[in-house]
Write a protein that binds this ligand. Structure first.
Ligand SMILES: *[C@@H]1O[C@H](CO)[C@@H](O)[C@H](O)[C@H]1NC(C)=O
Length: 296
C-alpha cells in the first residue's frame, strides 16, 4: 500500500515537469522538487490512514494464479482460493500452527477490550473438587467475550477465518476466553475435553481448541504438550512440570489442536498446559470448538 502510493507520486512528477518547458530551468527544477515533496508526504499520510483501517479489517488473502482458475463453487462456497498457511506441529496430538493468523493491530485491540473486564480464571470442577482445593492449578486472569459483543468486528473476522481453517461451523464455538498470564502464572496440564466419568454427563464435547497468541512472551509462557507422541505418558508425570512439545507464543499466531480422535474418544496426547511466565506477560484468546451447538 505504502510503496504503491510513493510510486504513484513519482509518476505524477514526471508528467507534470514535461509540460513546464516555457519556464526557466531553475524554476522548473524547484517547482518539481516542491510537487515531489507534496506528493510524497501527501501519499504517506494517506497510506497511514489506510494502513490503520486495513490492519484491523484486512481483506482475505486471495490466490489468483494465472492459468489456475477456481472451480465453479456451490451456492454456499467461495469463488476464490483462500490461503491460510499452517505448519503441522504434531500428529499426536493433531496440532497445527498458523503464523500471522491475526494482525498485531487486531491483537492489541482484543487486549484492550479484555483488559477492563479481567477476573481470576476458574476451573470446571470434577466430583469432590472445590475452588479451594484446586487453587494454584490455573492462576491466570481472564474474561469471556463473544464476537457479537465485539463492536469492532475483529472477533467476527477471526471467527470466520477459524471456521475456514477448521470447517467446523462457528456456531459450534464457545465465546472467546481472553487470558492474561503474569510472571509466575501458569496452567497445570489438563484436558479441554470433559471425560464423562469424571465430570458427569455433558450436553456436548469439546472437539478442538484454538489459541490465538495476542502477545509475545519474553521468557516462559509456552503452551506445552507433555505427552506428545506418547512421551512421558508411562512415567509419574507431575502436572505442573513444563515438558514435552513446547509452543512459544508469538503475537498474532494461532495454535489449533484436537482433543478428540476422529472416532470421538479423548486423545490422551492432547493433555496440555501453560508453562509459567518467566519474563514479560502472556495474552491469549482461546476458542473451544464443540461437536454440538449447545453447551453448559
Ligand atoms: C478410537 O481411535 C483411537 C485412535 O485411532 C484408538 O486407539 C481407539 O481404540 C479407538 N476407540 C474406539 C472406542 O474405537
Amino acid at each position: 500500500m505504502k510503496t504503491r502510493g510513493k510510486i504513484g507520486g513519482g509518476g505524477g512528477l514526471i508528467g507534470g515537469c514535461s509540460s513546464l518547458g516555457s519556464l526557466g530551468l531553475p524554476a522548473v527544477f524547484l517547482l518539481c522538487i516542491f510537487f515531489f515533496f507534496l506528493g510524497f508526504f501527501g501519499s504517506s499520510l494517506f497510506s497511514q490512514q489506510v494502513e490503520t483501517e486495513s490492519s484491523l479489517h484486512p481483506k482475505p488473502r486471495i490466490l489468483s494464479e494465472k492459468g489456475y482458475d477456481p472451480l465453479p463453487q456451490g451456492d454456499s462456497g467461495d469463488d476464490f482460493f483462500t490461503t491460510i498457511p499452517f505448519q503441522i506441529l504434531s500428529w499426536k496430538p493433531r496440532a497445527l500452527y498458523f503464523p500471522d493468523f491475526a494482525t498485531p493491530k487486531q491483537c492489541e485491540s482484543i487486549i484492550k477490550m479484555a483488559k477492563v473486564k479481567l477476573a481470576p480464571s476458574t476451573l470446571a470442577l470434577r466430583k469432590g473438587e472445590t475452588a479451594e482445593n484446586t487453587k494454584g492449578i490455573r492462576t491466570s486472569s481472564g474474561m469471556f467475550i463473544s464476537s457479537s459483543e465485539d463492536k469492532t468486528g475483529i472477533l467476527d473476522l477471526i471467527e470466520k477465518k477459524l471456521e475456514k481453517a477448521t470447517m467446523i461451523p462457528r456456531s459450534h464455538g464457545e465465546s472467546f476466553n481472553v487470558l492474561r498470564y503474569e510472571i509466575g502464572q501458569r496452567y497445570n496440564s489438563h484436558y479441554d475435553a470433559f471425560n464423562p466419568t469424571e465430570y458427569g454427563p455433558q450436553k456436548s464435547q469439546r472437539i478442538a481448541s484454538f489459541l490465538l497468541y495476542l502477545s509475545d512472551v519474553e521468557e516462559g509462557g509456552e503452551t506445552m504438550f507433555p505427552f506428545e507422541n506418547g512421551e512421558n505418558a508411562d512415567t509419574n508425570y507431575d502436572f505442573r512440570k513444563c515438558i514435552g512439545l513446547k509452543v512459544k507464543p508469538r503475537k498474532g499466531d494461532g495454535l489449533l489442536f484436537y482433543s478428540l480422535y476422529p472416532n470421538g474418544t479423548i486423545d490422551p496426547t492432547s493433555l496440555h498446559g501453560s508453562c509459567a511466565v518467566v519474563k514479560g506477560q502472556k495474552w491469549v484468546a482461546t476458542k473451544w470448538l464443540r461437536n454440538e451447538e449447545e453447551y453448559d
